[in-house]
Design a protein around this ligand. Structure first.
Ligand SMILES: Cc1cc2nc3c(=O)[nH]c(=O)nc-3n(C[C@H](O)[C@H](O)[C@H](O)COP(=O)(O)O)c2cc1C
Length: 165
């Protein structure tokens, strides 16, 4: 859908966004056939405290997009510094991303073990814009782990400032 607004150049936009430091999370859900699915996201943010809710933007070509847009419960796993390998798996297009991971069902939500924080979300709202779908989840459970966050900045995961250990 065109908004009538002139778009910035794609390269300027991606350069600008590369300067935004963000955490990363694995969003997971159960597909209609009962299998777990999930993807790595950096678009996650806190949406509101009343009710506690989060927002994530999912590309329409993600294999998890339809499940989330259709209102599945979902899990959000905030990744820690020790989770870079997990991040790579969930950023990929492997057939079974959960095969090598430690995980279990939390009701209808596939829960990965040992991440920085885990939020279980009931479906709140979903709407499409452009090539992404915005999904809002109401947080019904929140468990905290101990690791420092894995940070995505300037196209790198786990970046460090010069001189930082
Ligand atoms: C650092 C990083 C952040 C990402 N953030 C998002 C995001 O916010 N939304 C999204 O749809 N894809 C995001 N992706 C891409 C998906 O993780 C990737 O396309 C994945 O293969 C989708 O898997 P699926 O098709 O199994 O759902 C990101 C990838 C990386 C490396």
């Amino acid at each position: 859908m065109s908004t009538g607004v002139t778009a910035a150049s794609a390269s300027a936009f991606t350069e600008a966004m590369a300067r935004l430091a963000s955490g990363v999370a694995v969003v997971s859900a159960r597909r209609p056939d009962g299998a777990p699915c999930g993807l790595l996201v950096s678009s996650l943010c806190s949406y509101s405290a009343r009710p506690p809710s989060v927002l994530v933007s999912v590309a329409r070509d993600s294999r998890s997009c339809q499940v989330l847009a259709d209102g599945a419960e979902f899990g959000v796993h905030l990744l820690g510094r020790g989770d870079a390998a997990l991040a790579a798996v969930f950023a990929g297009r492997g057939e079974d991303k959960f095969a090598e991971a430690a995980w279990s069902w939390d009701g209808a939500v596939p829960r990965l073990a040992g991440t920085c924080a885990y939020l279980r979300c009931a479906p709140g709202a979903a709407f499409g814009h452009g090539d992404h779908v915005v999904v809002i989840g109401e947080v019904v459970r929140c468990d905290l782990g101990g690791d420092d966050p894995l940070v995505y900045y300037r196209r790198s995961l786990g970046w460090r400032l010069a001189g930082e250990p």
